[in-house]
Design a protein around this ligand. Structure first.
Ligand code: PS7
Ligand code: MN
Ligand code: MN
Ligand code: MN
Ligand code: MN
Ligand code: MN
Length: 343
């Protein structure tokens, strides 16, 4: 059972796992359950990206510091003493002790290092495009989500193939890997409406919300409840379009530990989307799936049949709760049917 026995590992690596458990509720368990060929590489990948995201998120870092830092972040992986002590974010520890993380990074196989460094370089660059804190078109929404999550899916898929645990097609098909990330990130952005606007960041695309309001923040006013729900349902429908890609990606995964690692976040996402659909709670707080439901989903998410069953269940649930007055109802219905016809 002690699959992740760290007794024989370096103190630096043990610290990395300590940071993983401190900074991630959603990924800590599934990363530590990965087969050992991959476990350390994915742990370090997570911490490096957590550090980069902490720079992106920190609104107290002036732009003239933040932009060059995001652009050059991947080069810090090669600087043994580099660290950043001026963040105010809750996960700032990964920047303050970045030298422990970069030390372990440089001990990874060269192929793993290249993937992580390449993704870090592209993500840091992409983040600088969206520092004004808003997203205009639906195309830009996909672009932003590509930079912060699609690239993670692409990088992880390349690591899976490089480890030999998965076929080379998994790492080569970047379109499907991108969809895996977009489905998670869009769900995160939809759910985090309130938290994000409270921090002065607007990740809901203007092309969509401007159909229903003059300002994105108008949705927080209960007087605009109907418009808010219409916009919410529009975006949930947009995210649902990625489900067929997710199922195709999952059908190619052979290794059980990789399967669980990929599947668990995806089933949590569909569960979260279903809870968010037509739910005014999105505009007043954080909508979360119940603990018991989450545990049940994690058990089912260990086989392709189980993952499909969960995806179909929540899709059918959304299909049945489409309001007869919803402006997106026909698109939502069509999208749900497209998912369900595969069952
Ligand atoms: C390397 C496991 C598995 C093919 C830090 C996993 C933040 C939703 O709102 O922390 O900032 O609090 O709740 C994870 C595809 C990425 C996409 C992205 C890296 C799945 C930096 C995760 C995690 C690809 C940018 C965390 C996308 O949400 O966000 C590793 C396959 C980090 C994955 C961010 C978000 C992840 C996210 P918030 P959360
Ligand atoms: Mn989070
Ligand atoms: Mn961010
Ligand atoms: Mn973040
Ligand atoms: Mn703009
Ligand atoms: Mn978020």
């Amino acid at each position: 059972i002690s699959k992740n026995d760290l007794k024989n590992e370096s103190p630096q690596l043990r610290k990395c796992y300590e940071y993983l458990n401190k900074t991630s509720r959603s990924f800590a368990a599934v990363i530590q359950a990965l087969d050992r060929e991959l476990r350390h590489a994915v742990c370090i990948f997570y911490l490096v990206l957590r550090a980069l995201d902490t720079v992106e998120d920190d609104m107290t870092i002036p732009l003239e510091v933040k932009v060059p830092l995001l652009r050059s972040f991947y080069t810090k992986l090669q600087e043994p003493d580099w660290c950043f002590m001026d963040s105010k974010e809750k996960d700032k520890i990964v920047l303050e002790d970045f030298s422990t993380i970069s030390h372990e990074f440089r001990k990874l196989a060269p192929l793993y290092q290249e993937v992580i460094s390449d993704i870090c370089c592209k993500m840091g660059d992409g983040m600088t495009v969206f520092l004004e804190g808003h997203v205009d078109s639906k195309k830009q929404w996909d672009e932003y989500c590509h930079y912060v999550a699609g690239l993670v899916g692409i990088g992880l898929s390349r690591l899976f193939s490089a480890s030999g645990l998965e076929d080379s097609i998994v790492g080569q098909d970047t379109r499907l890997a991108n969809s895996m990330g977009l489905f998670l990130q869009k769900t995160n952005i939809i759910r985090d409406y309130l938290e994000d606007i409270e921090q002065g960041r607007e990740f809901w695309p203007k092309e969509v919300w401007s159909k229903y309001a003059n300002k994105l923040s108008d949705f927080a006013d209960p007087a605009n409840r109907r418009a808010a729900l219409s916009c919410l349902n529009d975006l949930v429908t947009n995210a649902l379009h990625h489900v067929p890609d997710v199922l195709l990606y999952m059908s190619r995964i052979k290794n059980q530990s990789v399967f669980n690692f990929c599947a668990i976040p995806q089933v949590m996402a569909i569960g979260t989307l279903e809870r968010c659909y037509n739910n005014p709670g999105v505009f007043t707080g954080v909508v979360k799936i119940r603990k018991g439901e989450a545990v049940r989903m994690m058990m089912y998410a260990t086989s392709l049949e189980g993952v499909k069953a969960i995806m179909y269940h929540f899709t059918a649930q959304i299909l049945h709760s489409i309001p007869s007055t919803d402006p997106s109802q026909n698109i939502t219905r069509r999208c749900c049917h497209q998912v369900l016809e595969r069952s």
